[in-house]
Design a protein around this ligand. Structure first.
Ligand SMILES: [Zn+2]
Length: 290
């Protein structure tokens, strides 16, 4: 992540479990999804408030009209989107972008600084979308609209699903131009992996992030395929342990190389390096990942 002169202000009410703000990826969103299910599934929408008008697509008014009185019957994830499905068939997609976070607060509790939108439930609490950058987006699809939402239509397979096969992966890499770092983050190729977990996957596989995707040997492709699944499953478990019942924040302190510049590689002790790959801060061990 490049921070081009944007100063980060300290946030109010920041729970202790949050170590820093980053784009949530598959493991974070999997845990958030499970926790949201426990907290708000089955609840009825009482009110929808947009503190940042541009967060609601097609418009805050359409979303308010479509959701009030509706019952939340599905909380799911696809790629880096959270999906909220309602009883009469409407759908709300949320993309938290670079720094968005969720929080469940009691009804009547004032939204904190940086809140974009709040969905209040009849049962006495509300789902808050908080994003100091204001980039979080909520896309609403009314009941009866056929076909897959356009935001999801071009996403590649879920890396932990049966659709993501070694054959698909090998073939895809062969066609991709550019570095492996970028290939792993290409949402149309594989969905849900971002800057943090691409670093971790390549570290586990002991492959350089700068290696061209198409140059991988068959053995390396199979190893990388295995490392994708293992790293994401590990990320989910570690996140779950640390996050508990919370729905807020990305927990990354357990990662091995991502944002660990200058620290010792857990495998060989060499200092972890940070480089930029197409503008993305990339962390790796120069000795293990040649
Ligand atoms: Zn190393």
């Amino acid at each position: 992540m490049t921070s081009k002169g944007t100063k980060k202000k300290p946030l109010q009410n920041q729970p202790k479990s949050v170590f820093f703000r980053a784009m949530p990826e598959l493991p974070d969103l999997e845990v958030i999804k499970e926790n949201l299910r426990k907290k708000i599934l089955g609840f009825e929408v009482k009110g929808v408030h947009f503190l940042k008008k541009s967060s609601g697509k097609p418009s805050p008014e359409v979303i308010q009209e479509g959701l009030i009185g509706e019952k939340l019957v599905l909380v799911d994830r696809r790629g880096k989107f959270l999906k909220f499905g309602f009883k009469k068939g409407s759908l709300l997609l949320a993309h938290l972008m670079l720094e968005g976070q969720l929080e469940i607060k009691s009804s009547g509790e004032a939204p904190e600084k940086g809140t974009c939108a709040v969905i209040d439930f009849k049962e006495g609490n509300g789902l808050h979308f908080i994003d100091p950058r204001g980039w979080t987006k909520l896309f609403f699809y009314p009941a009866g609209k056929s076909g897959e939402p356009e935001e999801l239509a071009n996403l590649g397979p879920e890396p932990l699903s049966p659709e993501f096969t070694p054959e698909y992966f090998r073939e895809g890499l062969r066609k991709l131009r550019g570095t492996l770092k970028m290939a792993l983050m290409e949402q149309e190729f594989i969905s849900g992996i971002g800057n943090a977990y691409s670093d971790e996957i390549l570290f586990k596989a002991k492959i350089s992030p700068l290696k061209p995707a198409k140059d991988l040997t068959e053995r390396e492709k199979d190893l990388l395929f295995k490392c994708i699944k293992e790293t994401l499953l590990w990320g989910i478990e570690e996140t779950k342990t640390r996050m508990g019942e919370e729905v807020r924040g990305e927990i990354r302190e357990f990662l091995q190389v991502h944002r660990k510049e200058g620290q010792a590689c857990p495998r060989c002790g060499t200092k972890i390096q940070r480089i930029e790959v197409e503008g993305r801060g990339t962390y790796f061990c120069p000795r293990c990942q040649r």
